[in-house]
Design a protein around this ligand. Structure first.
Ligand code: TYD
Length: 222
């Protein structure tokens, strides 16, 4: 079982992923909780290349190739072995982030062409999650949460990984529209989840969405 968590910045994916991992472990499942870009040693190195430095550091296509190189490492070394031994893989972002973010491009720059994004994915990744949970917040709330997080982060964390942090409500709403379009295009695997409210409320919505695939979530101790 392979589940990805997607959405704009500040939607609480990381917290929700951890809560779902705890519940599944409580129900006796092996869980591999991982993230992108990253999730394998080489992929974590590529993470630094793509998330740190000047916004214009990479061309749109080079950046697309780097995300795919990181994903291939992650797939070969972490995701496929975990799935092969029957673990549940929970992944903080996966290929849908590439479809949305690299498709949009940065600032005034052009994004990577969608046909190229899809062709490359088919060629070097070729795996889709069984379930994709897209956490959705109103753009203003997403922005407020992202700003609070940046203010709270240490200079080292907040300052370094800032290439993709966008504080414009306009960019946040383009990201949101991009994920909505994806959800509409892939209704069998994508679920839009309202990410507003307390973490426990959001977790309840997530478990309801995952229950058909993971019936052990209904167990008392989960
Ligand atoms: P991260 O700090 O993990 O952000 P978040 O907490 O919002 O998940 O940084 C990941 C950033 O990288 C995020 O802004 C989206 C971007 N990204 C892409 O542009 N393409 C991708 O394929 C992936 C996986 C992430």
């Amino acid at each position: 079982m392979f589940i990805s968590f997607e959405g704009g910045d500040g939607g609480g994916k990381t917290t929700q992923l951890r809560l779902l991992a705890d519940a599944l472990r409580g129900a006796g499942r092996e869980v591999v909780a991982t993230r992108e870009p990253g999730g394998a040693p080489g992929a974590e190195e590529i993470r630094r290349l793509v998330l740190e430095g000047a916004p214009g550091r990479w061309s749109a296509v080079s950046e697309l190739l780097l995300f795919n190189a990181a994903r291939r490492e992650h797939l070969e070394r972490t995701i496929r072995p975990a799935l092969a031994r029957g673990a549940v893989v929970l992944c903080d972002r996966f290929a849908d982030s590439t479809r949305v973010y690299q498709g949009l491009g940065r600032d005034s720059g052009e994004g990577a062409p969608p046909e190229m994004v899809e062709a490359l994915h088919a060629l070097v990744i070729g795996l889709e999650p069984d379930l994709t949970l897209i956490l959705e917040l109103p753009p203003e709330e997403a922005l407020a949460r992202a700003e609070a997080r940046m203010a709270g982060a240490s200079a080292a964390q907040g300052g370094a990984e800032s290439r993709f942090e966008r504080f414009g409500a306009d960019f946040q709403s383009r990201v949101r529209d991009g994920f909505r379009a994806l959800a509409a295009a892939h209704p069998a695997r994508c679920r839009l989840v309202d990410a507003s409210g307390a973490p426990e409320e959001v977790q309840g919505r997530i478990r309801a969405a995952a229950l058909p695939l993971l019936p052990e979530l209904s167990r008392e101790d989960a």
